[in-house]
Design a protein around this ligand. Structure first.
Ligand SMILES: Nc1ncnc2c1ncn2[C@@H]1O[C@H](COP(=O)(O)OP(=O)(O)O)[C@@H](O)[C@H]1O
Ligand SMILES: [Mg+2]
Length: 338
């Protein structure tokens, strides 16, 4: 995977270095204490759903950041974790080390997870459940906090992103209806990596239809919040995500190379020079008041997952090819789409 390292001027680097220096001398415990309590109370355990957008260029550590959030939610809450599968080995392989996976695969397609013998002890187990994409109510009602629930759609619809977004739109709409009727079995935390595929800004749309379908997600993102459902999304740039939904993400995970351009993000926009030189796995966290941590948080690195388990996606939904894709092929296509 190409690692796009932004051009950092010596001046920009000096800003970050000076910032680091001035904060590292502060009492470590007071910083930790304040943000730990703030996050526990107002993010993880808040009454309303909390939405967070994690940004940073390729290799900034966004996927790893999301994995860390899942792990935190498992430890701190009894919320139901739902992960939308983007088809990279680091996802399912690492999630399967945290809790048993229940992977929802569309009918007509299949999945094979081969766990490496070296990780058998750590692996929490998995089961594969087939679902009919037209029966999303059943899908949502089956979600449980006994598992990490994984919905695999994108790996089976590679060449037709519009079809994917259409399904995600329906998935979101169904979720809102069920939440409003109080028919869900618990609070849901929805994890959505590569979110720009679902809700692209107009310049990044693949077709008008692609953009239009994203509208449904925009409409529903705000609704699910008041139903106690949180959305955690990641994208390579703030501006790749449709503007109408950006402010819905009141929390931000700010990784290497993030640039804020909206005036709504003013205090963050003024500090763009600060994030450009971050290292992979380092993130500032900003809260709904746009206050941000006074030093970057270092997230745990879970690894690439290839040594843990191998995931094979079998079949496609649009029926263009019945050859199973191996992971390398998949990653190639996913990168083209991104
Ligand atoms: N916490 C971390 N510590 C050290 N390296 C990290 C950390 N998180 C990520 N990395 C490095 O960054 C690379 C990309 O991480 P990833 O989460 O896939 O980034 P992204 O999703 O932003 O493209 C990893 O392969 C790893 O080498
Ligand atoms: Mg990623």
């Amino acid at each position: 995977m190409p690692d796009i390292i932004p051009q950092i001027t010596p001046e920009q680097l000096a800003v970050l270095e000076a910032y680091r220096k001035s904060h590292s001398e502060q009492a470590e415990s007071s910083w930790d204490e304040y943000w730990r309590r703030h996050l526990d109370k107002d993010f993880y355990s808040a009454q309303d759903g909390q939405h967070m957008l994690v940004t940073g260029n390729t290799g900034a550590g966004k996927t790893q950041f999301l994995l860390n959030l899942v792990n935190d939610y498992l430890k701190k809450t009894d919320h139901i974790i739902v992960w939308l599968d983007c088809g990279k080995s680091s996802e399912l392989a690492n999630l399967g080390r945290m809790k048993k996976l229940r992977v929802y695969v569309p009918e007509g397609c299949d999945m094979e997870i081969r766990v490496s013998p070296d990780y058998m002890d750590e692996w929490k187990g998995h089961e594969i459940i087939k679902f009919r994409p037209t029966q999303m109510t059943k899908l949502w009602k089956g979600m449980s906090n006994k598992y990490i629930n994984v919905i695999s759609l994108l790996p089976y619809i590679l060449t037709n992103v519009t079809m994917y977004v259409d399904m995600i739109g329906k998935l979101f709409s169904r979720l809102v209806v069920l939440a409003q009727r109080e028919e869900l079995t618990g609070r849901i935390e929805l994890f959505c990596d590569e979110f720009h595929l679902i809700c692209p800004e107009k310049v990044n749309q693949l077709s008008d239809d692609h953009y239009q379908k994203g509208t449904i997600v925009v409409r529903n993102a705000e609704m699910i919040r008041s139903c106690g459902i949180g959305l955690k999304a990641a994208a390579p740039a703030v501006t790749k995500v449709r503007q109408a939904i950006r402010q819905c993400f009141t929390w931000r995970g700010i990784g290497r190379g993030t640039r804020f351009l909206d005036d709504d993000d003013l205090p963050l926009k003024e500090n763009n020079k600060l994030w450009i030189g971050l290292k992979p796995g380092e993130f500032f966290i900003a809260d709904p008041n746009k206050r941000f941590t006074d030093k970057p948080v270092k997230v745990k690195y879970w690894g690439e997952g290839r040594d843990v388990a191998h995931v094979r996606y079998i079949g496609t939904l649009n029926g263009e090819s019945d050859e199973p894709l191996d992971e390398a092929e998949f990653t190639e296509v996913a990168e083209v789409i991104a």
